[in-house]
Design a protein around this ligand. Structure first.
Ligand code: URA
Length: 235
């Protein structure tokens, strides 16, 4: 069961707010009856919904994997008018939104979908989906100092869960690290590295669970395959 206005928004009729107006204006019928209240829930598989006399067909679910470039925000309405990740997805008419977020200055793997259930599932901390990042950090952390990633780091919002980290190499005065976390706190990787005294210079998410960027160049996207969607639904 789903709220009528939410269903209308997902079906691509209008924003949720506009859908509420259409309902209040008496322009929406459920099983032949005009509905004017907002709390009504419908069963998309059983109920017949008409908006201004036209019957709605449910929007199909789409699942997209994007290689997000630096300089794009993952929020859908940015008050500062910066580029938004969905600007990169041309030719998809469904209202998709990112699963979780990546910072403006982070690049890498981002899933976008209109499947709210899948979004909730992937975001829920209990699923502990491993996210892998490659971070260029300032300085030369030692193996010993990096042990704090495994034992947990004290951040403003509490201790971090155990994470794994490996040194991939040195670049001048900087070091490239591979970091795996399964939490998704705001700017978590940056804050963890900063806490250790090695601020992040560059950050990229290279994988999320079994999904990786393999071959997808920056700014490009593809639809997830059916087997990938099926596997994501097992999380
Ligand atoms: N951790 C960060 O600090 N930034 C991101 O964008 C993702 C994870």
């Amino acid at each position: 069961m789903e709220r009528l206005q939410k269903y209308m928004a997902h079906a691509g009729i209008a924003s949720r707010r506009k859908s509420e107006e259409l309902i209040q204006d008496g322009k929406v019928k459920v099983n032949g009856q005009v509905i004017r209240e907002l709390g009504v829930k419908i069963d998309p598989l059983k109920d017949k919904i008409e908006v201004e006399g036209k019957q709605l067909k449910p929007e199909k679910n789409v699942y997209i994997l994007l290689h997000k470039p630096v300089g794009y925000v993952t929020t859908l309405d940015d008050p500062q008018g910066r580029p938004i990740v969905t600007d990169l997805i041309k030719g998809v008419k469904e209202r998709i939104y990112p699963v979780g977020r990546l910072d403006l200055d982070t690049s890498g793997l981002l899933i976008l979908t209109n499947d709210g259930e899948m979004t909730n599932r992937l975001m829920h901390p209990k699923h502990e989906i491993v996210k892998t990042y490659v971070a260029l950090v300032k300085g030369k952390p030692t193996k010993v100092s990096l042990q704090a990633f495994a034992s947990g780091l004290e951040l403003e919002d509490g201790m971090t869960a155990p994470a794994t980290v490996g040194i991939l190499g040195n670049k001048g005065k900087n070091t490239t690290l591979k970091i795996q976390i399964h939490e998704g706190r705001n700017r978590q990787v940056r804050r963890m590295c900063q806490t250790l005294g090695h601020p992040v210079v560059k950050l990229k998410r290279v994988s999320l669970g079994f999904l990786s960027l393999d071959g997808l160049t920056v700014g490009k996207w593809r639809f997830l395959r059916r087997d990938e969607i099926k596997q994501l639904k097992t999380y």
